[in-house]
Write a protein that binds this ligand. Structure first.
Ligand SMILES: *[C@@H]1O[C@H](CO)[C@@H](O)[C@H](O)[C@H]1NC(C)=O
Ligand SMILES: *[C@@H]1O[C@H](CO)[C@@H](O)[C@H](O)[C@H]1NC(C)=O
Ligand SMILES: *[C@@H]1O[C@H](CO)[C@@H](O)[C@H](O)[C@H]1NC(C)=O
Ligand SMILES: *[C@@H]1O[C@H](CO)[C@@H](O)[C@H](O)[C@H]1NC(C)=O
Ligand SMILES: *[C@@H]1O[C@H](CO)[C@@H](O)[C@H](O)[C@H]1NC(C)=O
Ligand SMILES: *[C@@H]1O[C@H](CO)[C@@H](O)[C@H](O)[C@H]1NC(C)=O
Ligand SMILES: *[C@@H]1O[C@H](CO)[C@@H](O)[C@H](O)[C@H]1NC(C)=O
Ligand SMILES: *[C@@H]1O[C@H](CO)[C@@H](O)[C@H](O)[C@H]1NC(C)=O
Ligand SMILES: *[C@@H]1O[C@H](CO)[C@@H](O)[C@H](O)[C@H]1NC(C)=O
Length: 741
C-alpha cells in the first residue's frame, strides 16, 4: 500500500512540474526565424522523475515546451522525434538562437546537431561450425522465438530469404511480447519471418520503401536470419543452400537510412522503436565519428537498449588497418570486427613468363581464353592514377588486360571504367595497405582481384620486357583457402581512445565475400543459369549480423542470459587459432619481404573468431549489471551531468563506488603498466553450469620475459548454478616496456 501511495504522489508531482515548466518556457523564445539557419538538433533534457508514469502525449508536450510551437514557413514540423526509451530528449528543427534560448530553461541538458552516420550464405554458418544435424542450431531450433532487429537501409521483402518457412517448416507466429507492426503497403510481404517493418525519415514514421537498386540492409538481414534457400548462388558461384545464422528467428526491419543518407536522429528513433516493440537482438552496421559516450547518441541509445535486455551488435567499422580506427567502442555493446573464410571464387592470372597468380572474382567467364597485352596505366604514377573514368584519356587500353589500383570507391566501378574505355579484362590489385585481402566482387567484365604480393610479381614482369602479356582463367568456387580465417585489412582496429582502455573489437566474425540476399541478380556479365538473387559483399557490416544471429541462437537456448552474459559466452569461447591451429593471420603487413604473413594482434582480433557452438556452453561467465556501467562511467571521470545523460536518470558519482575501466568485470583484461609497479586486477566469474562440481585452473600465456603475471587463487571450484568466485591477477613489468602494438 505504501508503495502505491508513493506512486500517486509522484504522478501528481510530475504533472505539477510539467505545467510550471510549460509556463516558464513559453516567454523566452526569439520571434524571428531565419529558416536558412534551421538545423535538426537532438536535445537532451532532464528525465522527469518516475518517467514511466508519463504517457507518450505528456512526454511529447514536455519536449515541445522547450521550443516555440510555431510551424516553419516550409511547412515542416519543428518536432522531429520525441524519444521514449533511448534518450531523455527529442529531435527538433531549431535555429541557433532558439537553442541558445533553450539553454536557460530548467531541465535542459545539452543540444547537438543531427549528424550523418556512415554505413559501413550458404557457407558462413557452417564455416563457423553450425550444423543442421547436431549442436547449437538443433538446440536453439535455429533461433526460433527470438526477434532480431536490423537498423539499416531497409529490406527487399520479396526475396526467398524472407519467406515464411525454413526447411519446409512454417515459421511460428511472433512471441506474445511483440508489439511492433509490419507496415509494408503490400501486406503479402509481411509474414511470420518478416514481423516488423517501418521507416523513419526526417521525423516521419511511414511504411518502408522497397529498395530495389541497393541491398545493404537486405544483405545484412539475410545474414542474421535469412530462411534457408536451396540452390542459391552468385552468378553460378558458391552454389548451395543459403541460410542466415539464425534461420528461424523473426526479423524486424527498421529503415532509418536511404541509400545516400543516414541521419542520427532517424537511427535513434529506430532504436527507440525497437526497444518499445520488444526486439531481442539489434544488428546495427552503422558508425559515427568517435566522441565521448555522453555525446555519442548511438552509444547512449545502445546503453538504454542493453538496460532493457537487448543485445546490441555494432560494426567495428571498415577503417583499418590504421590503429585506433575502432568505432562503437562502448563496453555495453558487442563490437564486431571482420574475418575471412576459406571459400573463394577463383581466378588465376597467367603472365606471359608462365607465372601464375591466384586471385578472386565474382565474374567468371569460361569462354575467356585469349592471351592479351597487359597494361598498367597507373604504373608511372605508382598506381595512384588507378582506373578512374578519366585515367585512359591518353592510354590505349582497347583489347588489353588492364591492371588497376583502387584509389577509392567501389572496386566494381574500376571495371566499368575499363570496359567503357574498351579494355578486354581487368586485374584489380590490392594496395600495400590492403595486403592479402581480395574480394570476389561481381565485375562487369572478366576480372581477377589479386593481393599485394601478386601485384608486385605482375609489376616485376611488366618491367622485365617490352610487350608483356597475360591471360586469366577461372576456377569457380574453391574451398580450403589457407590461411583461414584471416583478418582483412579493412576491419577497424583498437586500441580505443575513449573507453578507458577496454579491448575492442570484442570479437570477429565472417565479413569477407559473404553471400546473402540481394534485390536483383548482380552483374551484367554472362547470363546466370540460376534465378538466384544473391550477392557477395564484404565489410564489418556483414560480420555484425553474423554475431546478431549467434546472439539470437544463444538467447533461444538460454532464455535468462543477460546481454553481458551472452557477450561473455561469445568472447571467452572464441577461437584464437585458425583452421590449421596456427595463430590467426592479419591480411595487412608492413613487411612483404619475408613470408609476409604476421599473426593478427589483439587490437585486430579482439577475443578471436566467434565459435557459436562453444559459446553455448561457456562454463563460466563475466557478468555485468547495467549499474556497473554507470559506476564505470563515473570511473572514467565523467561528471554527474554527463553520466546522467547516458543513464537517463540523476546520478551522483560521489554517492557510488566508481569502477575504473581495468576493473570493470569485462570478459577481457587490458592494463596499462608502469615499470616496476605491481598492479592487481580483479574479476568475478559466475557459474552457468547447472549441476556437478567443476574445478577451473588458471593458465597464463604471457609475452616473453618482460612481464610477470600471477593469478590467485590458482584454482576455482564451483558447485552451484550462479555461484560467484573472485580472482586477482597481479601484473608487473620486469623488463623493457611492451611496444604499444
Ligand atoms: C501555441 O501555443 C499557444 C499558447 O499556448 C496556443 O494558443 C496555440 O494554439 C499554439 N499553436 C500551435 C500551432 O500549437
Ligand atoms: C516477387 O517474387 C516473385 C517470385 O520470385 C515474382 O514472380 C514477382 O514478380 C515478385 N514481385 C515483385 C513485386 O517484385
Ligand atoms: C607473351 O609474352 C611472352 C614473354 O613474356 C612471350 O614469350 C609470348 O610469346 C607472348 N605470347 C603472346 C601470345 O604474345
Ligand atoms: C577459346 O574460346 C573460343 C570462343 O569461346 C573457342 O572457340 C576456342 O575453342 C577456345 N580456345 C581454347 C584453346 O580453349
Ligand atoms: C613513386 O614512388 C617513388 C618511390 O616511393 C617516388 O620517388 C616517386 O616520386 C613516386 N612517383 C609518383 C609519380 O608519385
Ligand atoms: C567521371 O567521374 C567524375 C566523378 O565521379 C564525374 O564527375 C565525371 O562526370 C565522370 N566523367 C565521365 C566522362 O564519365
Ligand atoms: C624489401 O625488398 C626490397 C627489394 O627486394 C628492398 O629494396 C627493400 O629494402 C626490402 N625492405 C625491407 C624492409 O627489408
Ligand atoms: C560534461 O559535459 C559538458 C557539457 O555538458 C562538457 O563541456 C564537459 O567537458 C563534460 N565533462 C566531463 C568531465 O565529461
Ligand atoms: C595482489 O593480490 C594478491 C592476492 O590477493 C596479494 O597477495 C598482493 O599483495 C596484491 N598486490 C598488490 C600490488 O596489491
Amino acid at each position: 500500500m505504501a508503495i502505491k501511495k508513493q506512486s500517486i504522489f509522484h504522478l501528481t508531482s510530475n504533472i505539477f512540474i510539467f505545467f510550471v515548466l510549460i509556463i516558464a518556457h513559453a516567454k523566452t523564445f526569439p520571434n524571428v526565424v531565419d529558416e536558412n539557419q534551421v538545423h535538426t538538433y537532438i536535445v537532451h533534457v532532464q528525465m522527469q522523475k518516475e518517467n514511466e508514469f508519463l504517457g507518450d502525449e505528456e512526454r511529447e508536450t514536455w519536449h515541445r515546451s522547450f521550443f516555440p510551437n510555431t510551424t516553419l514557413d516550409s511547412g515542416e514540423q519543428r518536432l522531429v522525434y520525441s524519444y521514449r526509451e533511448v534518450i531523455s530528449g527529442f529531435a527538433a528543427r531549431l535555429t541557433n538562437q532558439e537553442v541558445e534560448a533553450m539553454k536557460s530553461l530548467e531541465g535542459f541538458i545539452h543540444a547537438q546537431q543531427d549528424e550523418e552516420l556512415s554505413i559501413a550464405t550458404t557457407y558462413t554458418p557452417s564455416f563457423i561450425g553450425l550444423s543442421q544435424r547436431h549442436g547449437l542450431w538443433v538446440d536453439s531450433f535455429m533461433g526460433q522465438g527470438v526477434i532480431i532487429g536490423v537498423i539499416d537501409d531497409g529490406i527487399y521483402p520479396n526475396h526467398s530469404s524472407f519467406k515464411d518457412s525454413t526447411v519446409d517448416t512454417p515459421m511460428p507466429p511472433p512471441p506474445m511480447k511483440w508489439k511492433g507492426k509490419c507496415q509494408f503497403r503490400r501486406k503479402r510481404y509481411c509474414n511470420n519471418k518478416l514481423i516488423g517493418a517501418i521507416a523513419f525519415q526526417r521525423g516521419q514514421s511511414q511504411p518502408p520503401r522497397v529498395p530495389k537498386k541497393e541491398g545493404h540492409g537486405t544483405h545484412c538481414a539475410g545474414i542474421a536470419a535469412g530462411s534457408m534457400v536451396p540452390d542459391a548462388d552468385v552468378r553460378g558461384l558458391a552454389k548451395g543452400t543459403a541460410s542466415g545464422v539464425a534461420p528461424r528467428a523473426h526479423l524486424a526491419i527498421y529503415q532509418a537510412c536511404t541509400t545516400t543518407s543516414c541521419k542520427e536522429s532517424d537511427v535513434l528513433k529506430a532504436m527507440d522503436q525497437a526497444i518499445i516493440d520488444g526486439v531481442d537482438v539489434l544488428s546495427i552496421s552503422l558508425y559515427n565519428v568517435p566522441r565521448p559516450f555522453y555525446r555519442d547518441l548511438m552509444a547512449i541509445g545502445a546503453f538504454s537498449a542493453t538496460r532493457k535486455g537487448l543485445v546490441v551488435c555494432f560494426v567495428a567499422a571498415n577503417l583499418g588497418p590504421d590503429h585506433s580506427s575502432i568505432r562503437n567502442d562502448e563496453p555495453w555493446a558487442i563490437t564486431v570486427g571482420a574475418s575471412s573464410h576459406d571459400r573463394k571464387a577463383k581466378a588465376t592470372v597467367k603472365l606471359g613468363d608462365g607465372t601464375e597468380i591466384d586471385g578472386e572474382t565474382g565474374y567468371q567467364d569460361n569462354n575467356f581464353n585469349a592471351t592479351l597485352p597487359l597494361i598498367f596505366p597507373g604504373a608511372l604514377h605508382n598506381g595512384t592514377e588507378g582506373c578512374r573514368n578519366d585515367s585512359f584519356n591518353n592510354v590505349d587500353v582497347k583489347g588489353k588486360i588492364v591492371v588497376c589500383y583502387n584509389i577509392g570507391g567501389a572496386f566494381t566501378d574500376l571495371g566499368v571504367h575499363v570496359k567503357n574505355a574498351g579494355g578486354a579484362a581487368m586485374i584489380v590489385t590490392s594496395t600495400i595497405l590492403e595486403g592479402f585481402t581480395t574480394f570476389s566482387d561481381v565485375h562487369v567484365l572478366p576480372a581477377a582481384h589479386v593481393d599485394h604480393q601478386g601485384l608486385q610479381r605482375i609489376v616485376a614482369y611488366i618491367n622485365s620486357i617490352p610487350n608483356p602479356n597475360a591471360t586469366i582463367t577461372f576456377g569457380g568456387t574453391v574451398f580450403g583457402k589457407r590461411p583461414s580465417p584471416t583478418i582483412p585489412y579493412f576491419s577497424s582496429r583498437g586500441p580505443s581512445m575513449l573507453n578507458g582502455g577496454i579491448l575492442k573489437p570484442d570479437i570477429v566474425g565472417p565479413g569477407v565475400n559473404i553471400l546473402s540476399a540481394w534485390p536483383f541478380k548482380p552483374g551484367p556479365g554472362p547470363k546466370s543459369t540460376s534465378g538466384s538473387y544473391f550477392n557477395f559483399l564484404s565489410g564489418t557490416s556483414m560480420a555484425t549480423p553474423h554475431l546478431a544471429g549467434v546472439a539470437a541462437l544463444l538467447k533461444s537456448t538460454h532464455k535468462n542470459w543477460s546481454p553481458a552474459v551472452i557477450k561473455s559466452a561469445i568472447m571467452t569461447t572464441a577461437d584464437r587459432l585458425d583452421l590449421d591451429l596456427k595463430p590467426i593471420i592479419d591480411d595487412f603487413t608492413d613487411d612483404f619481404n619475408s613470408t609476409g604473413r604476421v599473426p593478427a594482434n589483439l587490437f585486430a582480433l579482439g577475443a578471436g573468431q566467434v565459435n557459436p557452438q562453444a559459446a553455448n556452453d561457456p562454463g563460466l561467465v563475466y557478468d555485468l549489471k547495467p549499474f556497473n556501467y554507470i559506476q564505470y562511467l563515473c570511473g572514467l571521470g565523467y561528471n554527474d551531468v554527463n553520466v546522467s545523460t547516458i543513464a537517463k536518470r540523476q546520478i551522483q558519482c560521489a554517492n557510488l563506488v566508481k569502477i575504473n575501466a581495468e576493473n570493470l568485470n569485462y570478459p577481457s583484461i587490458s592494463v596499462t603498466l608502469d615499470p616496476k609497479v605491481k598492479k592487481n586486477i580483479t574479476r568475478v566469474l559466475t557459474n552457468v553450469v547447472n549441476g556437478g562440481t567443476e574445478v577451473y585452473h588458471a593458465m597464463v600465456e604471457k609475452p616473453k620475459g618482460i612481464i610477470s603475471i600471477n593469478v590467485s587463487p590458482q584454482k576455482l571450484r564451483f558447485s552451484k548454478l550462479d555461484q560467484k568466485r573472485k580472482f586477482t591477477v597481479e601484473f608487473e613489468v620486469t623488463g623493457i616496456p611492451l611496444s604499444p602494438w
